[in-house]
Design a protein around this ligand. Structure first.
Ligand SMILES: NC(=O)C1=CN([C@@H]2O[C@H](COP(=O)(O)OP(=O)(O)OC[C@H]3O[C@@H](n4cnc5c(N)ncnc54)[C@H](OP(=O)(O)O)[C@@H]3O)[C@@H](O)[C@H]2O)C=CC1
Ligand SMILES: CC(C)CCC[C@@H](C)[C@H]1CC[C@H]2C3=CC=C4C[C@@H](O)CC[C@]4(C)[C@H]3CC[C@]12C
Length: 518
């Protein structure tokens, strides 16, 4: 196989056509006659389409909810057309402007709460008493220091190191999912090696530099500078991605919505590459997820320097590091999830991974540095055990789906032949493809059952902070909102992609996340 563009995509023509025209044949499948008949008659086309158009250019994301009303027809000036327009304006302009302006402040709020309000949101809120939100925020920003040379150098050296390792470390070639434009992104699967090497280097450097009075805990002491530097860099970087997407897109999976604000927020390209570096692998995995792990280590070092061993920090750090280890072990699987196959590289995902992950995801251990709590061995072991089980279930569900697809349904799920739906869908160019939807095992309990252990785990690494403040639960609260929204987004995306086949799956597995409830 040869690859097109910057040698990172396999173009559609060269993809093995064998998968393109399977007949519906699984013995466990029911209710598919209708779908097959529609397909034969060509009526299923729309139902099976996974994509929509935005102002004539393809919304490679396939997420027309996010792109708000991108399907155009003849518009009559009716009540509903007007409300559609308002809805579109809100989702493509008002919301993005609000988020771009507001979320960088959120990181400052978290920092301010921990460093200046003893971790209490109530105290933090008092800053806003009897004054405007803007003047309260500006007071907080005035406490943020400009990044000093050590912080800038640490970040620059880390990024160069991360980029170099993406190329240097060995790894098998893996492919991402087929895009709506029919490209197949190619990656080097070296995330786990990178994770182990980086953690190893962190601890070696910590020990070597200790006698010279240099400690990674400087990143905790100067986290305001880190937040400033990351925010400034990300905002400029997203502008660069926007321009790049306009003038030199890396693949055909790109295009404008016609609204510059939305394009900046949501991104222009699905899989941008710069000098052969995959931007989303860098921002999401090698920066966001790795910096999260490193910050957890930084906070542990700081806590150790202050008080010696503290079991609450230990529980939280161990569970988070285990989770991130699982993430890197499964990195090639992550490259097949919504973030990668649906979300374009814009402010949402790139700023999110460059700033939001370090700021919010690592906020529990950040809080625990100034709130050491002694849990005792029993409670420590209990939280560790329950957290580990949650990680296992979440991982098992992710892998189960991957395995069934990898084995083309010829495997056992919980000791039985899997209940699968061979779901057809259509690419933009009209080609019909097929995917497997698993309707047994974890994926038979609810359509996103794996979100439950994800949330439980976050709870178990936050609960060592006990219940003095809400602040350490910020991440859990965010996660509940994010995953609930995501379950709707994914349903909508899959509904559009698989049409009748998705409805058939929903009939078999009627609940989104919580079996029998939701
Ligand atoms: N901590 C955090 O902030 C977050 C963590 N996560 C975690 O990341 C991991 C990935 O989650 P997420 O990205 O939401 O995606 P999912 O793992 O839920 O995967 C969604 C995709 O899987 C495919 N799919 C859906 N149902 C089935 C099925 N029954 N059988 C086979 N394939 C199916 C569809 O893709 P296709 O088009 O290929 O059919 C769908 O778009 C999870 O472990 C989740 O808990 C997720 C979000 C946030
Ligand atoms: C603009 C912001 C308000 C929102 C930014 C959101 C992003 C930072 C997060 C959205 C989805 C998140 C993730 C999805 C799936 C993941 C797999 C999991 O195993 C590890 C975590 C993560 C990579 C997670 C990271 C943050 C998001 C990208």
């Amino acid at each position: 196989m040869t690859k097109d563009l910057d040698t990172n995509f396999i173009p559609q023509e060269q993809i093995d056509q064998s998968s393109s025209d399977h007949s519906i044949q699984d013995s466990k499948m029911v209710d598919t006659a209708e779908a097959e008949q529609l397909l034969r008659q060509g009526l299923g086309k729309r139902a099976l389409r996974g994509d929509s158009k935005v102002n004539g250019s393809s919304a490679a994301s396939g997420d027309s909810d996010m792109l708000a009303g991108g399907i155009h027809g003849y518009e009559q000036i009716t009540q509903s057309a007007l409300s559609q327009r308002v809805k579109k304006f809100v989702t493509t302009t008002v919301m993005p402007v609000f988020l771009i302006a507001f979320v960088p402040n959120l990181m400052v709020l978290i920092w301010y709460t921990v460093m200046h309000c003893e971790g209490s949101y109530l105290k933090m809120m008092s800053v806003f008493a009897n004054r405007s939100i803007l003047s309260g925020l500006s007071d907080m920003w005035s406490l943020i220091r400009y990044p000093s040379a050590p912080i800038i150098w640490t970040l620059v050296v880390y990024c160069l190191y991360a980029l170099a390792m993406m190329k240097i470390l060995p790894g098998q070639k893996v492919t991402g999912p087929l895009t709506p434009k029919g490209n197949v992104p190619v990656y080097k699967d070296n995330g786990f090696a990178y994770f182990i090497l980086t953690l190893g280097l962190f601890w070696v450097l910590t020990v070597i530099l200790h006698p010279f009075g240099i400690s990674p805990s400087m990143l905790y002491d100067r986290f305001d500078e880190v937040i400033f530097a990351l925010n400034a860099f990300s905002i400029i970087f997203c502008a660069f991605l926007y321009i790049k997407g306009r003038v030199a897109p890396s693949s055909t999976d790109s295009g404008s919505s016609g609204n510059i604000i939305f394009d900046y927020y949501w991104g222009m390209e699905l899989y941008p590459r710069v000098f052969g570096f995959d931007i989303k692998v860098f921002t999401n995995c090698r920066f966001g997820m790795m910096v999260w792990a490193l910050l957890v280590c930084v906070h542990s070092v700081k806590s150790y320097e202050l008080y010696g061993f503290v079991d609450s920090m230990f529980v939280s750090a161990v569970l988070q590091l285990l989770y991130i280890t699982k993430f890197f072990w499964w990195e090639s699987g992550y490259l097949r999830t919504i973030d990668i196959m649906l979300d374009r590289a814009g402010f949402y995902i790139c700023w999110g991974c460059l700033v939001y992950i370090p700021g919010l995801y690592a906020s529990v251990t950040f809080y625990l540095v100034s709130h050491p709590i002694h849990l005792g061995p029993m409670v420590t072991c209990l939280f560790l055990f329950l957290g580990a089980i949650s990680i296992y279930i979440n991982y098992a569900a992710d892998v189960q789906k991957q395995d069934v697809r990898g084995a083309n349904g010829e495997c056992l799920i919980w000791g039985r032949k899997p209940d699968i739906i061979r779901a057809k869908y259509q690419l933009e160019n009209g080609d019909v493809k097929e995917s497997i939807l698993l309707a047994s095992g974890w994926w038979g309990l609810s359509r996103h059952f794996h979100y439950i252990p994800e949330i439980m785990l976050a709870f178990f690494w936050s609960v060592p902070a006990l219940f003095d403040n809400i602040m350490p639960y910020s991440y859990v609260i965010w996660l509940i909102i994010l995953l609930t929204h995501r379950s709707y987004r994914d349903d909508s995306k899959c509904g559009k992609k698989y049409g009748l086949f998705w409805r058939q799956y929903c009939k078999k597995v009627p609940h989104k996340i919580v079996p029998y409830l939701f």
